[in-house]
Design a binder for this molecule. Structure first.
Ligand SMILES: Cc1cc2nc3c(=O)[nH]c(=O)nc-3n(C[C@H](O)[C@H](O)[C@H](O)COP(=O)(O)OP(=O)(O)OC[C@H]3O[C@@H](n4cnc5c(N)ncnc54)[C@H](O)[C@@H]3O)c2cc1C
Length: 451
């Protein structure tokens, strides 16, 4: 498709329909949405639609469709692969104002939300009702539920509780052209037709704009125990991950942080911690159950190379530790982010091959992440862009050779769009393209990204 209409003509049309409170074209509005946390860009949109509700989104998508203007949905802009970036200009469809929790229904265990709700806000509201919304991306204080759904976000607790996909029962999607459609349902079960809401989960803004979501909640666990196991040998920590799970021990969290990452955490928490590779473990359930599970996990770690297991004695320490873990990525400035996923039993080989190959390219790589799920994260220090590209490619190749995936949770976006065929068979890609054109025949949704 061509996107040739003069900006002024379509922007005027948007302005007339939605007004200045919603349509922004001043430089500050465009610049503040020209980047996300990927470090890619900047890419300036030509107009921002700061939608107040589904109706605003419908109007914007109707005009965009008529005028063939690219639309880039944006939540909170915390994406690490450039998914929200307006690579061809056009409209940044910002959902941050649509931030109401519309309903929490404790009897049916659901929440109905707008897409701009910050993830931690829903968690706080749910917990106030003794309920629990488990998906916990490390960016949870800043990212939005719309962005989480569009990226199928994970987080540490995905090990026991699953990804965002496991909590989406239904959603309202505004299609290019402006029509709104409800996909999915309010009930836990319901198998009438294809599981259409899940086609939208992980679609990275390429099918339409999510304007409401019905999310599943669960009862809040009564107790949580947090502990850290420190391993002098990195490979022992890596092996412990799959072996512990193979023994039938399933903590809700099993995070790996390498020696360099641990030294960053040691500097930021207000209490002493040993050195080494760390497995951050968390169990939950009843008071007795959580402690029994942690004792088993700790015993296992000590029997498999951990020199010390430190239990966070109170909630304050656990909170401090989590805050240090969550800000780990930001505490390593000047380095590039990446993530892949491997079968958890392949973590030892993945880590040793990645260290060897990336070291050979002169890159310094901090390895951490949601090891219980095989989801490894990287902070790559490499100033030369060509070597950075080779470093990323080495990591992707190793992950795929070990039966893994190009990305466990950060998505494809702009960063990995050229590599998607490394993982997906061409027939699968063709089917995905057909699915996209069923939703978005004119190709105005997030063009320039993976489809
Ligand atoms: C420090 C840090 C830690 C992180 N940790 C994790 C982690 O543990 N797990 C994890 O999964 N991710 C993590 N991320 C990545 C990021 O926070 C997630 O991908 C998050 O889901 C993005 O949400 P957002 O609201 O910022 O979306 P944005 O960055 O604004 O957008 C992301 C994508 O979603 C699309 N989108 C946004 N809203 C909508 C909508 N309403 N309708 C349709 N499409 C939409 C956009 O077009 C884009 O493709 C981390 C990021 C940072 C900076």
């Amino acid at each position: 498709m061509g996107y040739n209409l003069p900006v002024k003509a379509w922007a005027d049309k948007l302005l007339r329909a939605l007004g200045e409170e919603v349509v922004k074209t001043e430089p500050e509005a465009l610049e503040s949405r020209s980047a996300d946390e990927s470090g890619l860009g900047p890419f300036l949109p030509e107009a921002v639609v700061l939608a107040r509700n589904s109706e605003d989104v419908s109007v914007a998508l109707r005009i965009a469709h008529e005028e063939r203007v690219p639309v880039y949905p944006r939540g909170a802009g915390t994406g690490l692969t450039g998914g929200a970036l307006a690579v061809l200009g056009g409209i940044c469809l910002d959902t941050s104002r649509m931030n109401r929790i519309l309903e929490i229904d404790p009897e049916n265990l659901i929440a109905v939300v707008e897409p701009g709700v910050i993830t931690a806000e829903l968690q706080k509201e749910a917990e106030a009702e003794n309920l629990f919304y488990p998906p916990d991306p490390a960016s949870l204080e800043n990212c939005s539920l719309g962005g989480n759904i569009a990226e199928n976000a994970g987080g540490p607790r995905a090990l026991k509780y699953g990804l965002t996909a496991h909590y989406v029962l239904g959603l309202e999607l505004v299609l290019p052209g402006g029509e709104a459609v409800w996909l999915g349902r309010r009930t836990k079960k319901g198998v009438t037709g294809y599981e259409m809401a899940l086609a939208v989960v992980g679609s990275e803004g390429t099918l339409g704009v999510i304007t409401k979501a019905i999310l599943r909640l669960i009862p809040k666990p009564r107790a949580v125990v947090t502990a850290m196991a420190f391993f002098p040998e990195e490979q022992d920590a890596c092996r412990a991950v799959s072996r512990m799970i193979g023994e039938g021990i399933l903590p809700r969290v099993m995070e790996l942080v390498d020696r360099e990452g641990v030294s960053v955490i040691r500097r930021s928490v207000g209490f002493a911690l040993p050195e080494g590779t760390m497995l951050l473990l968390e169990t939950d359930g009843t008071e007795e159950g959580a402690w029994t599970d942690m004792e088993r996990a700790a015993e296992f770690a000590e029997g498999h190379g951990a020199s010390q297991v430190v239990v966070a004695q109170d909630e304050k320490r656990a909170r401090e530790l989590w805050s240090a873990r969550r800000s780990l990525a930001e505490a390593l400035p000047g380095s590039a982010d990446d993530d892949v996923c491997v079968p958890r039993s392949a973590i030892p080989e993945a880590v040793s091959r990645i260290r060897e190959e990336t070291g050979g390219l002169g890159s310094e790589v901090v390895i951490f992440g949601h090891a219980g799920d095989g989801n490894l994260h990287f902070k790559i220090k490499q100033d030369d862009p060509e070597r950075l590209r080779l470093t990323r490619e080495a990591i992707y190749r190793i992950a795929l050779q070990l039966g893994g995936s190009l990305t466990g949770e950060h998505g494809v976006g702009l960063l990995k769009k050229d590599y998607i065929s490394w993982e997906l068979p061409s027939l699968s890609l063709q089917l995905q393209k057909k699915l996209k054109s069923a939703f978005d025949p004119a190709g105005i949704m997030n063009p320039g990204k993976f489809l």
